[in-house]
Design a protein around this ligand. Structure first.
Ligand SMILES: Cc1cc2nc3c(=O)[nH]c(=O)nc-3n(C[C@H](O)[C@H](O)[C@H](O)COP(=O)(O)O)c2cc1C
Length: 313
């Protein structure tokens, strides 16, 4: 069985990944939030931090690329290989955000099958690297999935990570498992399941229905409960002490790396927008965290939360 940390813009950056890796069950792969490949654009300082081996020691990191232009993808992938030693890159065909899809990228690219087919033909013929894809199952209709499967099966995709929602689902509702089943029955390449794995019970349900799937990617469920995969793989129940140590370490790292209280607070508040629900009676603490203006105020609310509440069962 393999476990992957999902790419999540603004959340699963290198700081989060390496802190997670220190405290919890190690992931087999960590995917970076997407890097936008643009003509002539070099990597930004932030992007270099995401992909450089020095900042990601001990972890298998897969850089994710967002583009609908084959030349830009090839150039960026080659740079990731030549300058940072990456042997694998991932193509984002899942981002549902309007600003991305309007440009025909992310999930928006799924609406243009001919163009997508040509794009894949070019990148697979020109790059000597492992190329994996993270995809939704369509843009507006689940029926899109049939033609996408017909395209995917033509290429030597290293691994196809499927988030079985259409673009317009955003993150609402439940994953469309019937579509995932179609892929399991049809495709020969390795598949990875992604979507709504929030608990060990969710994981069990998916493995019972798809016993041949042996690769799982965790996003929001893992950020909410960083002990999720440790529980699934090692049978260790999440405990408050480890969450506290994990939190304190992450907080410390952000304080060292980011300039200004506002930036640190922004990152930590984003994290708590997921983690808070993992605690009993979390509402009033979550509100105070959201409203806090200074690190001292923030630290004091977080300390009260850890002292006064427990992790939910
Ligand atoms: C805040 C946020 C940021 C995300 N950023 C990315 C991204 O950069 N690249 C990507 O492929 N998916 C991104 N995703 C999608 C996740 O990787 C994942 O596919 C999605 O959350 C579904 O999995 P989950 O139900 O386990 O959360 C993002 C999702 C969220 C909520």
């Amino acid at each position: 069985m393999k476990d992957y940390m999902a790419p999540m813009e603004g959340v699963t950056n290198f700081v989060y990944r390496r802190t997670y890796h220190r405290f919890y069950h190690p992931m087999d792969k960590y995917f970076t939030p997407f890097i936008s490949a643009k003509p002539k654009k070099n990597l930004s300082f932030q992007e270099i931090c995401e992909v450089s081996p020095e900042r990601n020691e001990g972890m298998y990191v897969v850089p994710q690329i967002l583009t609908c232009n084959a030349d830009d993808f090839i150039r960026t992938a080659q740079l990731l290989k030549d300058d940072y030693g990456h042997q694998e890159v991932n193509l984002n065909l899942g981002c549902p955000s309007g600003t991305v899809t309007a440009k025909g990228k992310g999930a928006g690219f799924l609406a243009e099958p001919q163009k997508l087919d040509q794009f894949l033909d070019q990148i697979f013929s020109k790059l000597d690297m492992k190329i994996s894809i993270k995809t939704r199952i369509g843009t507006h209709y689940e029926e899109d999935w049939e033609y996408l499967l017909a395209i995917y099966e033509k290429y030597p995709i290293h691994e196809l990570i499927i988030h079985p929602r259409i673009q317009t689902d955003m993150y609402r509702g439940v994953p469309r498992l019937g579509a995932y089943e179609k892929a399991v029955n049809r495709l020969k390449m390795p598949l990875c399941y992604n979507g709504n794995l929030f608990s060990a019970a969710d994981y069990k349900r998916i493995t019972e229905r798809f016993p041949d799937t042996c690769c799982f990617m965790y996003g929001r469920g893992l950020i909410t409960n960083p002990g999720l995969v440790t529980e699934i793989r090692e049978g260790i129940r999440p405990d408050k002490k480890t969450v506290r140590e994990f939190h304190d370490c992450l907080f410390e790292e952000y304080r060292e790396l980011l300039s200004g209280e506002r930036n640190v607070l922004f990152r930590m508040k984003e994290l708590w927008s997921y983690m808070a629900v993992n605690f009993t009676n979390y509402e009033k603490y979550a509100k105070k965290i959201k409203k806090s203006q200074h690190l001292s105020e923030y630290s004091s609310v977080v300390s009260s939360l850890f002292a006064e509440q427990d992790l939910i069962d």
